[in-house]
Every structure is written in structure tokens, then in C-alpha cells.
Design a protein around this ligand. Structure first.
Ligand code: BTN
Length: 268
């Protein structure tokens, strides 16, 4: 079953703890495509026919049908941005902790952006990486489950690197912040390195440490903002206080804290 990842927080089995520091060398098996419909779709199809090793990366210059979250499209100019999908096999992770895969990916991307620029990133729940209120990267995670275990995870990443034109004024690229063209190879290498490091931390079961890093970067945390309750089509004012065990966004209004999934609430 392939389903969009949503939720979660801690627990690791002992056997995996023994191997928790073993590098898995993300990206050592690279599939480079000039054009593809979507790197996520390509990896999904590959998984249905063969058994690519953990760490496989599918990377492309251009996607004809790039997929975004909640059925949206992901559009990117040819050859200027990082468009890739990485295969993880987090069999050590309980289904209730799936949200940690979103967290570590967002943290790794934030590290990359901060390394190549002087910017400070924030993570807009659940996993958009933002700089100065503008989106620089999107993540689409698809999990293949076997019972309650995560068998395969496809981490789809779109990171704006050298695109100078932005489709909306809500987007930004590394080039805008760095003031010069950045090597996509270097960006990819740094991303794989950072993601591997967070993934091994997750494997060691250091979930609270990872969550703290995420909360520190959480966009609009601890300040009052307006939101839309999508189902009721009503706006309300509240303060983001964190994410719960399932990865739901916690918003405090008066003395009440409510928990929201992605299709229930919108930032205004
Ligand atoms: C979002 O913010 O809506 C998520 C965007 C994810 C886009 C990336 S680009 C590489 C990978 N392949 C896809 O089709 N989507 C993801």
C-alpha cells in the first residue's frame, strides 16, 4: 500500500540500535534522468518491479508531472533546481513515528540552505522550508507500509537553487540569497550528507533531540496569527505551540489547544 505520510514521535527496536551508526551512504546508487514525469513516480514504479537498495537517489533536470502535496503540482524550470527522490527503508520506525521522516528531511534541507547562504530557515508545518516568509523547498513523502511497519519511504524533494524567476512572489531560490549561481552537485552532496546524519540520529532513537531542533525552527511558533478552519470556512486567531505525537499542528486559542491535519487548516 502506498500512502502519503502524515504523522508522529519515538521508539526503536534493539536490533537496529546495534546498527544505528552504520552509514548507509545515501546517494551511492544514483539514477540520473534528463526528463521524467515525476521522480517520486519513477521510484514508486521501480519499487514495484525491483528492489533498489536503500539510499538510491533518482534525480532529474526536468519533471513533466511534478507532484506537490495534497494533489498540487510542483513546477520547476529545466536544469536549475534540485529535483530528486531518495529511497529509505526505515523498517526500525513504528508507523506512529512517520512524521519524523518529514522532520529530518526538512532539517536537512534547512541546513543546506543555511550552508550556501547567510539566511536562517524556518520550517512551515508540516515540512515547507521557508526563508523570510517565502518557500524555498517542498517535500513529498510517500510511505510503503507492510502492516504497521514502514517498508519503503520515498522522500521527494524540490529545492529552488538557481531559478531566478519565481512562479509566485511567495517563492525564493538559493541564488537570490547567495547572490551567485550555486553548483547543483554541491547542493545535492550536502543534502545527502545532512539527511544521512539525521537519519542515523533517528535510527539511534534520539527522537526528542530531533523534535527539539524542529520546534526551534517551526514557522510562526509562539506568536499570534490568523488561520483558516477549512471545513468550517472560518478564520480564527491562534498561536502555534508545537506538533503532537502524531505530527498534528497544535494551535492555542484562548485556553483551548486544538490539533489539526494538513487538509483541515490553512495559514493566512
Ligand atoms: C510540496 O511542497 O507541495 C511538495 C513538493 C515536492 C516536489 C518534489 S520535486 C521531486 C519530487 N518529485 C515529485 O513529483 N515531487 C517531489
Amino acid at each position: 500500500m502506498v500512502c502519503l505520510s502524515q504523522i508522529s514521535v519515538d521508539n526503536v527496536n534493539k536490533q537496529n540500535m546495534l546498527h544505528a551508526n552504520k552509514p548507509i551512504l545515501l546517494g551511492f546508487n544514483e539514477i540520473k534522468l534528463e526528463v521524467v514525469n515525476s521522480t517520486n513516480l519513477f521510484l514508486q514504479e521501480l519499487l514495484s518491479k525491483t528492489e533498489p537498495p536503500e539510499g538510491t537517489i533518482v534525480i532529474t533536470d526536468y519533471q513533466t508531472h511534478g507532484k506537490g502535496q495534497i494533489g498540487r503540482k510542483w513546477e520547476s524550470e529545466r536544469g536549475v533546481n534540485l529535483l530528486c527522490s531518495i529511497l529509505l527503508k526505515p523498517t526500525f520506525l513504528d508507523q506512529k513515528h512517520l512524521f519524523f521522516l518529514n522532520i529530518i528531511t526538512a532539517l536537512a534541507i534547512a541546513d543546506v540552505v543555511e550552508k550556501f547562504t547567510r539566511a536562517t530557515c524556518q520550517v512551515k508545518w508540516p515540512n515547507d522550508v521557508m526563508v523570510n516568509d517565502r518557500k524555498i523547498s517542498g517535500i513529498l513523502i510517500q510511505n510503503v507500509l507492510a502492516g504497521s511497519q514502514v517498508k519503503n519511504t520515498i522522500i521527494g524533494i524540490g529545492l529552488n537553487v538557481n531559478q531566478t524567476t519565481t512562479p509566485t512572489d511567495q517563492a525564493i531560490s538559493i541564488i537570490h540569497l547567495a547572490g551567485e549561481k550555486i553548483s547543483l552537485k554541491d547542493v545535492k552532496a550536502t543534502l545527502l550528507h545532512r539527511l544521512e546524519s539525521y537519519y542515523l540520529t533517528l535510527k539511534r532513537g534520539e527522537l526528542q533531540q530531533i523534535k527539539q531542533l524542529y520546534l526551534r525552527k517551526l514557522y510562526r511558533r509562539d506568536t499570534e496569527h490568523k488561520f483558516l478552519n477549512i471545513k468550517e470556512n472560518e478564520t480564527f486567531t491562534g498561536t502555534i505551540t508545537g506538533v503532537d505525537e502524531d505530527g498534528k499542528l497544535m494551535i492555542k486559542t484562548g485556553n483551548n489547544t486544538t490539533k489539526w491535519t494538513l487538509n483541515e487548516v490553512k495559514y493566512i
